[in-house]
Design a protein around this ligand. Sequence first.
Ligand SMILES: [Zn+2]
Length: 237
Amino acid sequence: MGRALWLPHILFEAGLVVHEVDGWQTRGSSTFDPRWQVFHHTASYAGSDHPSLNICTNGRSDLAGPLCNVLVARNGDCYVVASGRANHAGTGRYPDGTTGNSLSIGWECENNGTGEPWPDAQLEAIAVGQAAVARHLGQPASSVIYHRTFAPGRKIDPAGPGIPQDVTVWQARVAATMTGEPDMPLNDADLFTIGVIVKQCLADTGLATLSEKEKRRAQKLRARLQRIEAELDQADA
Ligand SMILES: [Zn+2]
């Protein structure tokens, strides 16, 4: 498959706040064929939002970066660090191989791992993001595993209040997120219909009632609609 250049787009489409870290497109080896996903905690000190971004991007003295594909901040924002293979899984075992780094998307998630409660918004972002990636890869929710599932005995992550002890409970949460409508490519007619609805909503309620995220999406939809309307006008003329 090669690089996961689709990562920021599908996370954004899933409704997440996505930051592209400079150089993500070429970071990590292109010898990469992701089929599953590994969930980690960063073991960072509690109290700041995404303190591991630099180390996840550039590595540390004993391990070259990138150290994940996506870093999830304590507030749930997703930082896309690398499109290629990252050093996150190490030695372990999964049904279709032991080369975890080549075969999996690595999720590093900010938590100290020693009892810091995981915020709901962060857990929800992780589940939604992993569901979107699994759907893109055409894989079931059971393709999302913990690092300790891959390397039992050697690794304890992810840990802490909010993380189910049993990985199948987490996989069920990811699965529940995946059971919504499957991805459906929208044609111009669909977009036109959506646009009419969006315009009606905006006329009824105004932008003020929308959250920042909804506002950005509504404005993008409106811009797409205006382009389609302009094309239709040209075609009619
Ligand atoms: Zn780990």
